[in-house]
Design a protein around this ligand. Structure first.
Ligand SMILES: [Zn+2]
Length: 155
């Protein structure tokens, strides 16, 4: 799951990126093959805060690895509290974060007993690296888009 600003924000000034269901479906089509998840059936849901599995999270992923089926929940932007500047929310980065959990689904299932407990190991060994990778991937995609646009190429 993507905790709300659990770690330091990335180097650039964080901004909120709110996306529509349609935009998110397009980004899902972009990211699924790039993350090697084509064999999975991934259901994307924009979910109100009380319906997420925990408080103060921006996303969650659930899966049944044996069926290659996953659901990615993204916090409904209406429930994103903007009064706290540190609580930035970039829906694409959260989408990629949750998809990376699906990439690690098999590993997570097999090491479930290790990551229960107080959650520290899970936070340090899973959440933090996934945050770093998802932020890097989204920054890379956006930089590529900007470069293409500058060159007058339509994406
Ligand atoms: Zn997570």
């Amino acid at each position: 799951m993507a905790l709300i600003q659990h770690f330091d924000p990335p180097e650039h000034d964080p901004i909120n990126v709110y996306l529509t269901g349609e935009e998110l479906e397009q980004l899902l089509d972009y990211w699924v093959p790039r993350l090697g998840l084509q064999a999975w059936k991934i259901n994307l849901k924009i979910t109100r805060a009380p319906d997420l599995p925990q408080d103060h999270i921006q996303g969650a992923a659930t899966w049944l690895a044996s069926r290659r089926a996953a659901t990615v929940h993204l916090l409904d932007p209406r429930d994103h509290r903007t009064e706290e500047p540190r609580l930035w929310y970039d829906m694409e980065t959260t989408l990629v974060h949750e998809l990376l959990h699906v990439v690690f689904a098999e590993w997570t299932d097999r090491s479930r007993s290790d990551i229960e407990g107080d959650g520290t190991v899970h936070s340090v060994c899973v959440e933090q690296p996934i945050d770093q990778i998802s932020e890097a991937l989204v920054a890379l995609r956006r930089a590529t888009e900007t470069k293409k646009n500058r060159m007058g190429v339509r994406s």
